[in-house]
Design a protein around this ligand. Structure first.
Ligand SMILES: Cc1cc2nc3c(=O)[nH]c(=O)nc-3n(C[C@H](O)[C@H](O)[C@H](O)COP(=O)(O)O)c2cc1C
Length: 204
């Protein structure tokens, strides 16, 4: 019998991420760039929520948010975080672990102003994660923001920003028949010549 091989190639994990993400863009009906972001408070209690991947550069994976939110408070206390992509139509999962760093103000400005004006005003109006007395209060704050910036550019609130997760581990999971699924984990190891990725197959 021919020895069966893992269907997840031993390759650069960023390149593998890009290949799977490109397939997901073709197959997922909605938000193929949606990812769960797990953070942990200073007391180590975890929390998780969805955000949208808005950039994949050489440094890592970028999303945008309000830094005065619950996640923002947790990131300030503990910059370690994890991301999770699950593409149901492909039956694949990617876990990514690393450290978050805030993007430069110019990058946050550029992304903020690339969004629709309505979204920019919504970001100004929202005190993300803070208690809201009633929906009408939010709508009034939105109208007030619209009036304030009428005829001019909407200013990015300084706490509305982006974070980039620089990964030190990836794990790729894909469905295989009989629940004999494939898993391959990549870890960054620091050598004298800089970082290199070491990969290991894991039982599913
Ligand atoms: C598919 C999806 C994508 C989302 N994308 C973002 C995002 O990119 N940025 C963001 O701040 N919140 C996003 N949200 C809302 C967050 O899940 C969350 O409700 C919000 O950021 C407040 O989280 P926090 O209280 O933990 O800070 C998204 C929600 C969903 C369901």
């Amino acid at each position: 019998m021919k020895a069966e091989q893992s269907a997840i190639p031993q390759t650069d994990p960023f390149a593998l991420f890009d290949a799977w993400f490109a397939e997901a863009r073709e197959t997922e009906p909605n938000d193929s760039n949606a990812m769960a972001l797990a953070t942990a408070a200073a007391d180590a209690a975890p929390s998780v929520r969805m955000v949208l991947l808005k950039g994949r550069g050489p440094d890592g994976f970028t999303f945008y948010t309000n830094a005065q939110s619950r996640k923002g408070d947790e990131i300030l206390a503990n910059s370690q975080a994890a991301l999770l992509f699950h593409w149901k139509s492909l039956r694949r999962q990617i876990r990514i672990e690393g450290v978050l760093e805030e993007v430069a103000a110019e990058q946050a400005d550029a992304y903020f102003h690339s969004r629709s004006r309505e979204s920019q005003l919504g970001a100004v109006a929202s005190d993300q994660s803070r208690p809201l007395a009633d929906r009408a209060t939010f709508v009034e704050r939105y109208s007030a923001a619209r009036k304030r910036f009428e005829g001019g550019e909407v200013e990015r609130p300084p706490h509305w920003t982006g974070f980039t997760l620089a990964p030190h581990a990836f794990e790729f999971w894909m469905d295989r028949p009989n629940r004999l699924h494939d898993r391959r984990r990549f870890e960054l190891t620091q050598g004298q010549a800089g970082g290199s990725w070491k990969d290991t197959l894991l039982y599913p």
